[in-house]
Design a protein around this ligand. Structure first.
Ligand code: PLP
Length: 555
């Protein structure tokens, strides 16, 4: 198909022919331009064309700024799964949470999309050398694609980028320049180096291929949600209520929002989702500007976050454009989250959903939790969160120092008496020393949820009882350190259980936390008074409440 693409200048509004190697507007010289396509003709066959093609980024090729064959760069970019996070959703009281799993791209981050389209456009323009500044993931993605396409790449990385990431960049053959300074300073040096040597510099959010690549995330989500939830009447594809993304410079949401805007323009979805932009608290210029209703973000000169990937202190015009587009469309929010919340979110997502993500991606998950807690995201909202997965040594921030059990088979004790020594060593890694908790609820899903919440927060030996009688038996036989007790159960309810436990000297001292969905009457509250340690209302607690209670009782 003959592709008609023009570039519209965001400053003078002039629409001119698009050429990758001439990024500036020929009319006013601005570098802020955006790609425009012939949407009405593309929309006629979009769905049938897309459905005939493999599920990857190039499925949407008539809406991308590359026309030539992409075999030279292709590494399987795009087409990442959309995974429903049922456990996380149940825990935070929001049933439709979906994870766009960008870990499953060629270099494990959503920056693969940007690298694939940029390197393809570069090759198409006959360019073979490029400069990029990065906090890690961008350089890794560009390095892989540059290596495959035979492009020489210079990557300027801040010295705070973890050694594991830097090493990966170098393995692809990229020239690594380590800059001891902030990310904003690193970008400046990279741009000066490129100008001096007359090498093309990656323009980030001002680059048409970068933004265009990111919008494929929106296209995929709309197709995947239509499959998962069913399309809306009269519209073949389906948009979520919220799209959530952690940001540094803001290119991700700029591209994704453009993608949803294009789908809406083509009448393929019924509405544009609200965008939630999440920043690390120690470097959140966009959040600060949003809260003060400012059109321009004030730069953060000294970012104070351990999440180096997100340390753009000066988002420049990206924020202004993003804010304006969000306000003109469905709206959204700029939210921050602390590093501590983020580290907890990594652990939570890994243990609840089996998804191990990097801190920069977990920022989006802790943002999600904040937004559910403060009522910005409603229980029935359909939410998509973008995640990425360069896990590198952060386990001590999450798990503490002693997270592994070590057995040294070369130790003299094991050498002398192999079998005895081995058994002694293994007994140390057994679970006998963990706190014992009894979960009592007649509804299996409620027991499962509490089990998962506890498992996600630490090491416990868990018992489950599905009725009051079983609870009393287990309490006598297993001597738990704590009982999480439901009140409303058939035959023997929570009150009767407490009577029985208190009559028995073996069980009368066991602390009880009541977890109930029941709105208690004053009389019932009176009956509980002095007999339980704490009352938690189901649907009203998050993992932290349970965790805090358990810790305070067991420490
Ligand atoms: C995992 C991850 N999330 C978010 C970002 C922020 O990207 P941007 O703000 O450019 O969309 C990055 C940037 O490298 C990243 O690697």
């Amino acid at each position: 198909m003959e592709q008609k693409i023009t570039a519209r200048c965001l400053d003078c509004n002039q629409e001119t022919a698009y050429q990758f190697d001439q990024p500036a507007c020929p009319n006013c010289g601005s570098l802020w331009r955006e790609a425009v396509y012939d949407y009405s003709s593309i929309s006629l066959n979009a769905i049938s064309d897309w459905q005939e093609r493999p599920f990857d980024l190039w499925r949407y090729r008539e809406l991308l700024p590359v026309t030539s064959d992409i075999a030279e760069v292709y590494l399987g970019e795009g087409g990442t799964p959309l995974i429903k996070a049922n456990n996380l959703g149940t825990m935070i009281g929001c049933r439709n949470i979906f994870i766009k799993d960008e870990r499953q791209g060629p270099t494990a981050s959503f920056k693969d999309r940007q690298a694939a389209v940029t390197i393809a456009a570069l090759k198409e323009a006959g360019i073979n050398e490029m400069v990029v500044a990065s906090t890690g993931n961008v350089a890794i993605a560009y390095s892989a694609y540059a290596a495959r396409a035979g492009v020489k790449l210079w990557a300027f990385l801040t010295s705070l980028v973890p050694a594991e990431k830097m090493r990966e960049v170098a393995i692809y053959g990229t020239q690594v320049i380590k800059v001891t300074g902030s990310y904003d300073q690193t970008k400046k040096i990279a741009s000066e180096f490129a100008a001096q040597k007359n090498i093309l510099n990656d323009l980030g959010a001002r680059s048409i291929p970068c933004v265009e690549a990111m919008k494929t995330i929106a296209f995929e989500i709309a197709e995947q949600l239509a499959n998962a939830m069913g399309p809306k009447p009269s519209f073949p594809l389906c948009a979520p209520d919220w799209y959530i993304q952690a940001v540094s410079g803001g290119m991700g949401p700029l591209g994704v929002l453009k993608g949803f805007m294009e789908l809406k323009k083509m009448n393929l979805i019924d509405r544009i989702p609200k965008i939630a932009v999440i920043q690390a608290e120690g470097c959140a210029p966009m959040v600060q500007a949003w809260q003060q209703n400012l059109e321009t973000a004030q730069p953060v000169r000294n970012p104070k976050t351990l999440i180096e990937t997100l340390a753009t202190g000066d988002p420049g015009r990206s924020y202004t454009i993003l804010r304006q587009r969000m306000l003109e469309n469905s709206g959204g929010a700029f939210v921050s989250s602390s590093d501590e919340e983020t580290f907890r979110a990594i652990h939570l997502l890994a243990k609840m959903e089996g998804l191990s993500v990097e801190p920069a991606a977990a920022v989006a998950i802790s943002g999600l939790i904040r937004m559910v807690r403060n009522g910005q995201i409603l229980p029935e909202d359909v939410v998509v969160v973008n995640i990425t997965g360069h896990t590198f040594p952060i386990e001590s921030a999450i798990l503490g120092e002693n997270w592994s059990h070590d057995i040294d088979l070369a130790h003299p004790a094991l050498q002398e008496s192999q079998e005895e020594g081995l058994l002694a060593a293994l007994s140390k890694v057994g679970s006998d020393r963990y706190p014992r908790i009894l979960i009592v609820d007649d509804i299996p899903e409620a027991r499962q949820l509490l089990r998962r919440i506890l498992q996600s927060q630490g090491n416990f030996i868990l018992f489950e009882a599905s009725n009051g009688r079983e609870c009393v038996e287990l309490a006598i036989n297993e001597k738990p350190n704590l009982i999480l007790l439901d009140l409303m159960m058939p035959e023997m309810d929570g009150f009767a259980v407490m009577d029985a436990l208190q009559k028995n000297q073996d069980t009368c001292e066991i602390p009880i936390v009541v977890v109930t969905a029941k709105e208690l009457t004053t009389q019932e509250k009176h009956r509980l008074h002095g007999r339980i340690h704490k009352l938690l209302q189901k649907g009203d607690f998050l993992s932290d409440d349970i965790q805090n209670e358990v810790r305070s009782l067991l420490d």
